[in-house]
Design a protein around this ligand. Structure first.
Ligand code: ADP
Length: 447
C-alpha cells in the first residue's frame, strides 16, 4: 500500500480523496494555487505545497510543478480527481517515468478513450452497442452526404477531438448537412486544433444513462449499475440518479454485463464510466470517461462500495475487493450539483459565503469544501457542493431530498439551490419522465 498520496486537485473532490486516503492510513499532500491558500483541502491535508498562481494552466495543470511537489514531499502516488490532469495520458506517462503511481488507468487506455473515433471503434470491437454512423473521420462532402443518406436524417456531425459538447451540429436534410459539415469542421479546428469530424444518427429524445465499471488491470472487472444523468443544461449534468427511472432489472443486468466484460477484455485498470444515450429500449455508446466522476457518490449510496478506496487499492496492486456476485443494490439515490451561479441566468457568482449550513439526518451526504467565511475564487468551475440523498425507494428519496433542500443554507452568493427546490416538486421529475432535452425546455418555458 502507498505511504503518501498527493492529490492533484482542489475543492470537494480533493476532500473526497483525502478522506479515503485517511481511512486507509495513508498520508496526504495537498497542492494549491496562490488563490487557494485558505482552501479546505489545504487545511485538512497532512502537508501542502503551493504550485503556482491562480490560473489553472500555471498551477493545477502544471505537470512540472506537481511532479516537483511529489519529489519534495516523497509522495509515492498521485490521485488526479476529475477534470484537470485526470484524463491526460502524457501526465500518466510522465509519472510512470518518475516512479510515481498514477491512480487511474494505463496511459494507453486514457489515450484510446480520449479520441472519440478510436473510442467508438474500440467499443464496437468489444461488443458495446454504438450509435449507427460513419466508420471513422469524414472529410469529403460527397462521402458525408452518402453516409447521412444511408443512416437517414436527422444526423449529428461531431468533432473527433470534441469535448464539453462543442463542435456538434445537427442536420435534418441534405441542404442542412452541407452547412453543418462546414461549421462543425471550422468550429472543431478552432477549438481543438483538429478539424476531423464524424457522423452519427441523431437521437431525438434519448436519456443519458452511464454504467460505472471497475477493472483490476488483469482481466477481472465488475459493473456497479447505472446512473441516469439526463437532466442537463448545455450538456452539463445537473441532477443524477440511480437507478434510472427508465430501466428494468433485466435491461440493467444486460448492459452491465456487456460493460464489465468489455472492460475485462480491455485489461482496464481502475474506475471508468461508459456513457450511453438510451432511446426506445436501445443503448448507444457515446464515450468512456477514464476517471472518477462527479456523480460517483450516487453509485456509492446504492452499493455501499467506496469507489476511491477501490481505486487506491487497485493502483497499489491489491486488486478489486469485491466480485460481481458480492455487489448488491439497495434503494435509490439522487445527487444535486450545487453551483455558485444565478439560478435563472446561470452566470457564475463567486464571492464570500457568509453563512453555510448543510442538511443532515438519515440518508443525507454533502460533499463540499465550502465553510462559513470561505471566499469562492473566480478562477475555477462553479461547483461548490453536492447533495446526495439515499432512500429505500425513489419516493422516499424524493421526500428526503425535498426536506434536505429546505435545510440547506448558503448565504452571501447565488446558488442553484432554488432550481432544485423547484425540480423536486415538478410532476415530470416525480414521475421520472424526462429526457436529455427536458431541463432546457423547462427553463426556456419559464423564460
Ligand atoms: P462531449 O464529449 O463533447 O460531451 P458527447 O459525445 O459525450 O460529447 O455528447 C455530449 C452530448 O451531446 C450528449 O450527452 C447528448 O446530449 C448529445 N449527443 C451526442 N451524440 C448524440 C446523438 N447521436 N444524438 C443525439 N444527441 C447526441
Amino acid at each position: 500500500m502507498f505511504q503518501k498520496i498527493l492529490i492533484a486537485n482542489r475543492g470537494e473532490i480533493a476532500l473526497r480523496v483525502l478522506r479515503a486516503a485517511r481511512e486507509l492510513g495513508i498520508k496526504t499532500v495537498a497542492v494549491h494555487s496562490t488563490a487557494d491558500a485558505e482552501a479546505m483541502h489545504v487545511r485538512l491535508a497532512d502537508e501542502s505545497v503551493c504550485i503556482g498562481p491562480p490560473a489553472s494552466r500555471d498551477s493545477y495543470l502544471n505537470i512540472h510543478q506537481i511532479v516537483a511537489a511529489c519529489e519534495i514531499t516523497g509522495a509515492d502516488a498521485i490521485h488526479p480527481g476529475y477534470g484537470f490532469l485526470s484524463e491526460n495520458a502524457k501526465f500518466a506517462e510522465i509519472l510512470e517515468a518518475h516512479d510515481i503511481t498514477f491512480i487511474g488507468p494505463r496511459a494507453q487506455h486514457i489515450r484510446i478513450m480520449g479520441d472519440k473515433i478510436e473510442a467508438k471503434k474500440t467499443a464496437k470491437r468489444l461488443g458495446i452497442p454504438v450509435v449507427p454512423g460513419s466508420e471513422g473521420a469524414v472529410t469529403e462532402e460527397s462521402e458525408a452526404l452518402k453516409i447521412a443518406a444511408e443512416i437517414g436524417y436527422p444526423v449529428i456531425v461531431k468533432a473527433a477531438a470534441g469535448g464539453g459538447g462543442r463542435g456538434m451540429k445537427v442536420a435534418r436534410s441534405e441542404e442542412e448537412m452541407r452547412v453543418a459539415l462546414g461549421t462543425a469542421r471550422s468550429e472543431a479546428g478552432a477549438a481543438f486544433g483538429d478539424d476531423a469530424v464524424y457522423i452519427e444518427k441523431y437521437l431525438s429524445k434519448p436519456r443519458h444513462i452511464e454504467i460505472q465499471v471497475m477493472g483490476d488491470g488483469e482481466g477481472q472487472a465488475i459493473h456497479l449499475g447505472e446512473r441516469d444523468c439526463s437532466l442537463q443544461r448545455r450538456h452539463q449534468k445537473v441532477w443524477e440518479e440511480a437507478f434510472s427511472p427508465a430501466l428494468n432489472a433485466s435491461e440493467r443486468q444486460r448492459i452491465g454485463e456487456i460493460c464489465s466484460k468489455a472492460v475485462a477484455d480491455l485489461g482496464y485498470s481502475g474506475a471508468g464510466t461508459i456513457e450511453f444515450l438510451y432511446e426506445d429500449g436501445e443503448f448507444y455508446f457515446i464515450e468512456m470517461n477514464t476517471r472518477l466522476q462527479v456523480e460517483h457518490p450516487v453509485t456509492e449510496a446504492i452499493t455501499g462500495i467506496d469507489l476511491v478506496h477501490e481505486q487506491i487499492r487497485i493502483a497499489s496492486g491489491g486488486g478489486l475487493s469485491v466480485r460481481q456476485q458480492d455487489v448488491s443494490f439497495e434503494g435509490h439515490a439522487i445527487e444535486c450539483r450545487i453551483n455558485a451561479e444565478d439560478p435563472r441566468t446561470f452566470t457564475p457568482s463567486p464571492g464570500t459565503v457568509t453563512h453555510f449550513h448543510t442538511p443532515g439526518g438519515l440518508g443525507i451526504r454533502v460533499d463540499s469544501a465550502v465553510y462559513s467565511g470561505y471566499k469562492i475564487p473566480p478562477y475555477y468551475d462553479s461547483l461548490i457542493g453536492k447533495l446526495i440523498v439515499h432512500g429505500r425507494n425513489r419516493v422516499e428519496c424524493m421526500m428526503r431530498l425535498r426536506r434536505a433542500l429546505d435545510e440547506f443554507v448558503v448565504d452571501g452568493i447565488n446558488t442553484t439551490l432554488p432550481l432544485f427546490r423547484e425540480l423536486v416538486g415538478n410532476i415530470d421529475i416525480a414521475n421520472g419522465d424526462y429526457d436529455i432535452h427536458w431541463l432546457e425546455k423547462h427553463l426556456a418555458a419559464k423564460g
